[in-house]
Design a protein around this ligand. Structure first.
Ligand code: GLN
Length: 432
């Protein structure tokens, strides 16, 4: 116990000025429940504040839940404890996971340890920043449209979102349940695979959870860095959507690296990429509106509309509007149709390649405190990442280089259940 308290004191010191944690486990409530042995023994783990941990504040970084203490462990939390991982606290995030910068937290913004003074990305801002700063070994994030991969790119760490259903969502506060997945953030691919291995698996309490054969879950044992037999697709639309030239340079250098390692680069096209953002946001508004109806002030905390921030309120109001107009099928039905068009297009593109590679984000992280009045400017960060959620496919980000000392990640997307291939390509890239 004394050792644990020293650890927490050290973390508190290290997080000063960074603000990657909303709360640390000062009383040792989760720490004392961990197993002595296991895959994660000796590893410090951060958990995003929208994942339930028995006895710790689960605030989703919102005033709505400021006094809410988790009353049970999420599936992933049970797994981490059983594998001996030390959950040290709850990480900072965008309010209810709505955002791409970490700036909408009720508990204030998080700095980017790899590019100080800039946003760390979001919404899993604290999970990525705590890993990048070396405060924890690994952390858990959630990804609805890029919230693990976007901050991984900005902070220069590895982030992975599995195929929909590979990790149980039991205990995750929904943003949009048909898109949400939990996943790992770590400083290298092997640690990401290790955490993934610990938290993946069938859970009957989540009806979308998949029950796969044992071998599927052996992510570290199966890791294979060979690139020479791989076919990697690159969509020509990516280039025109990249806003910062530095990102384009880093990504093209990565592609050259793949070519010289013997991988084959296949030029292909995703002509509907331009409708990905509106499709994603329409789906999110409707699902988020419905997910927030339980925050009416009766069961937990405050009534959400009376205390939440601007972006959360925007989504609730738009979701309500679209839902009420739905009899005419004007928006949501169309958004669902657009989602199937995009999914089909992506599946076609993936048919003849192992994975798609490309940029994770179109622009470098902005400076903290920059005023962004137009929500579209914020949403633009998500253009490359939302596809994987709309299609339910696995996708990860691995550090690829820097522009003016600001990290840029390479994005790898795979076929459904091709999680291992995505990890392998990321691993091969990291090793090369
Ligand atoms: N930035 C996206 C959004 O605001 C993604 C969020 C996420 O993945 N949780 O919806």
């Amino acid at each position: 116990m004394a050792g644990d308290m020293d650890l927490i004191a050290e973390l508190e010191e290290g997080d000063r000025g960074l603000n990657s944690f909303i709360v640390l486990d000062r009383e040792g409530v989760v720490l004392k429940k961990r197993a002595k042995k296991g895959k994660l023994a000796g590893l410090k783990v951060g958990v995003k504040s929208n994942i339930s941990v028995d006895g710790l504040p689960v605030t989703a970084a919102s005033k709505t839940l400021e006094n809410y203490i988790g009353s049970y462990d999420a599936f992933v939390v049970e797994r981490i404890r059983e594998e001996g991982g030390s959950i040290v606290g709850m990480t900072n995030m965008d309010e209810f996971a709505c955002g791409s910068s970490g700036e909408t937290s009720f508990y204030n913004e998080t700095d980017n340890p790899s590019a100080p003074g800039r946003i760390p990305g979001g919404s899993s801002s604290g999970s990525a920043a705590s890993v990048a700063a070396g405060l924890v070994d690994v952390s858990i994030g959630s990804d609805t449209g890029g919230s693990i991969r976007n901050p991984a790119s900005h902070c220069g760490v590895v982030g992975f979102k599995p195929t929909y259903g590979v990790i149980s969502r039991y205990g995750l506060l929904d943003l949009a349940m048909s898109l949400d997945q939990i996943g790992p953030l770590a400083r290298n691919v092997e640690s990401s695979a290790l955490l993934l291995e610990a938290i993946a698996g069938h859970d009957p309490r989540d009806e979308t959870s998949l029950d796969l054969e044992k071998g599927f879950y052996n992510f570290t044992g199966n890791l294979d860095p060979r690139l020479e037999d791989k076919r990697l697709g690159y969509a020509r639309e990516f280039d025109s959507l990249i806003q910062d030239k530095g990102i384009g340079r880093v990504i093209h250098k990565a592609i050259d690296k793949f070519s010289s390692s013997g991988a084959e680069i296949i030029d292909l096209s995703l002509p509907n990429l331009k409708i990905a953002l509106p499709t994603y946001y329409l789906n999110v508004y409707v699902e988020f509106y419905s997910a927030t109806r339980k925050y009416d002030g009766r069961r937990y905390g405050h009534r959400i509309e009376t205390v939440c921030g601007e972006e959360v309120l925007r989504r609730i109001l738009l979701g309500k509007y679209i839902t009420q107009r739905e009899y005419s099928g004007r928006y949501y039905r169309r958004a669902l149709q657009a989602r199937s068009v995009l999914r089909r297009e992506l599946m076609d593109a993936l048919r003849d390649v192992d994975v798609l590679v490309g940029p994770a984000v179109p622009k470098l992280p902005h400076k903290l405190g920059t005023r962004i009045d137009d929500p579209m400017v914020m949403y633009a960060y998500d253009i490359f990442t939302v596809l994987a959620n709309l299609a339910g496919i696995p996708a990860g980000v691995v550090p690829a280089g820097e522009t003016d000392s600001i990290p840029t990640g390479l994005h790898v997307m795979g076929k459904p259940l091709g999680d291992q291939k995505v990890l392998d390509v990321m691993y091969g890239f990291e090793q090369y």
